[in-house]
Ligand binder design. Structure first.
Ligand code: SME
Length: 150
């Protein structure tokens, strides 16, 4: 299957899965699991905005940093700039926060609800340049669905 087809199936699964569940943690946990079952990335998870920081939420993968400040790292920059960041080589991103030395590339998608960033979806890969415009477009749709049920 092509990446497009994988994402199409994934998006349908995400929609179906969160449809009848109102609990935010349950939804984030299962969405992280669905993404991993489909693509087997190095790390997939959520950070939620709590006060002045992003705080680690449900994820799949190795232990990660628990708190990230506004404008810090790729996640904090995505929060500050309110946009998706696709990083082909994390070593080239000034201020990248290395939760894992295995991570080589990354995509961070903000979760926006009522015009506010309420969290981010963060995915790391152990290979360079894993993420492109296709990932961005589909993951933004997934993030929109998830934001609606948080
Ligand atoms: N690399 C991220 C930190 C989170 S971990 O990748 C799970 C960043 O620079 O914000």
């Amino acid at each position: 299957m092509s990446k497009q087809e994988d994402y199409k199936t994934l998006l349908a699964q995400v929609r179906a899965m969160v449809k009848d569940e109102t609990d935010a943690v349950a939804n984030m946990a299962n969405v992280a699991a669905l993404i991993q079952e489909t693509f087997h990335f190095w790390w997939t998870g959520f950070y939620r905005v709590i006060g002045e920081q992003l705080v680690l939420g449900p994820f799949q993968g190795p232990v990660a940093c628990t708190r990230i400040g506004f404008g810090k790292g790729v996640c904090g920059t995505s929060w500050k700039e309110r946009k998706t960041l696709v990083v082909e080589d994390v070593e080239q991103f000034p201020g990248h926060i290395a939760c894992s030395s295995e991570s080589r590339s990354e995509i961070v998608v903000p979760l926006i609800k009522n015009d506010e960033v309420i969290g981010v979806l963060d995915i790391d890969s152990e290979r360079l340049a894993t993420f492109d415009q296709t990932d961005k477009e589909w993951l933004e749709q997934i993030a929109e669905v998830v934001s609606g049920v948080l």
